[in-house]
Design a protein around this ligand. Structure first.
Ligand code: 13P
Ligand code: SF4
Length: 298
């Protein structure tokens, strides 16, 4: 299977992008593995004719928006992100009416239609820098309310209004104070994603995107790390830093991230399916918001 996938990639001049939460066997065959920001930026740098995004749908949509002339496919059509579904275009329009002076910042974990209504997008790696770059005092921020709370703590001079108030990722809200206490008892550093609840964030040693976790671990240290995000992240860190100890929470599984198997990847490359198709208008508007984020340079 691995041989066939490598041969198909070469024959079709395809590039495989995989998110850090993808099954390790998929990551092993990817040309780029990274967080949402890294995947978005790096798709633009490849000269590939075919871009295969092993992740959830919004990641493939972002790749398509940045590469409108290229074919972008996702191996499993219904790999979605329940967090992204919290934010609808109607919610954004209503919030804009209520706060006419506010800027709208939309997290990349969102649909292309919501991105098209944003002033700028952000990822968990650059949310603070993106909001800080805006002149507005009030920021409408969605869909993740915990990421919004993180930005609010870092930038107390701004008023961050979560859109909607309860938007969340079920994988990250599964982390609790009891998990922090259990980790503290056993010793080591607690590293959490900013989608975790505020009370967990407040007690963590480091709050970081998945790419930030890779960079943070590179700084070394021999203490064990408690990795409070989707459980595959700890496997990724173990591959990158052999000999170091990274603990995952076994129940922290993103079901959608686990839908893509090697058989799906091979089929996707063979049949060039499932293609991401978006309207030109949505892509053009969403691209402006994503390119503004990339220009912030964080
Ligand atoms: P990162 O951008 O940190 O990789 O996060 C994406 C995501 O889906 C978090 O659950
Ligand atoms: Fe979406 Fe959460 Fe899965 Fe990330 S872990 S893709 S935010 S459901």
């Amino acid at each position: 299977m691995e041989k066939e996938i490598r041969a198909l990639k070469a024959r079709k001049n395809a590039v495989v992008m995989a998110h850090n939460y993808q099954p390790m066997e998929v990551q092993a065959l990817a040309d780029v593995v990274g967080d949402s920001l890294e995947l978005a930026v790096k798709t633009e740098e490849t000269g590939a004719d075919l871009i295969v995004v092993c992740g959830v749908r919004f990641m493939a949509e972002t790749a398509k928006i940045l590469n409108p002339e290229r074919k972008v496919i996702v191996p499993v059509e219904d790999a979605g992100c329940p967090l992204a579904d919290f934010l609808t275009p109607d919610l954004i329009r209503e919030a804009r009416q209520r706060y006419p002076d506010a800027a709208v910042v939309v997290y990349v974990n969102s649909t292309a239609e919501s991105k098209a209504l944003a002033d700028i997008t952000c990822t968990s790696a650059n949310a603070v820098q993106v909001v800080a770059s805006l002149p507005n005092d009030t920021i409408l921020f969605g869909p993740d309310a915990n990421l919004a709370a993180y930005v609010q703590r870092e930038l107390p001079e701004k008023t961050i209004v979560p859109m909607p108030p309860g938007g969340h990722c079920y994988v990250h809200t599964g982390f609790t104070l009891a998990d922090v206490e259990a980790a503290r008892k056993r010793g080591g550093r607690v590293i959490c994603h900013p989608e975790c609840p505020p009370e967990v964030q407040e007690r963590a040693d480091l709050i970081a995107s998945t790419g930030g976790m890779v960079r943070g671990a590179a700084a070394g240290g021999d203490e064990p790390w408690w990795v409070f995000t989707e459980r595959e992240m700890a496997s990724r860190l173990r591959v990158l830093y052999p000999g170091r100890v990274f603990y995952e929470k076994p129940e922290a599984v993103c079901a959608d991230m686990k839908k893509i198997s090697l058989a799906d990847l091979r089929r996707a490359l063979e049949r060039e399916k499932h293609e991401i198709v978006l309207s030109r208008e949505v892509m053009d508007r969403a691209r402006r918001a994503i390119e503004r984020m990339i220009a912030v340079g964080a």
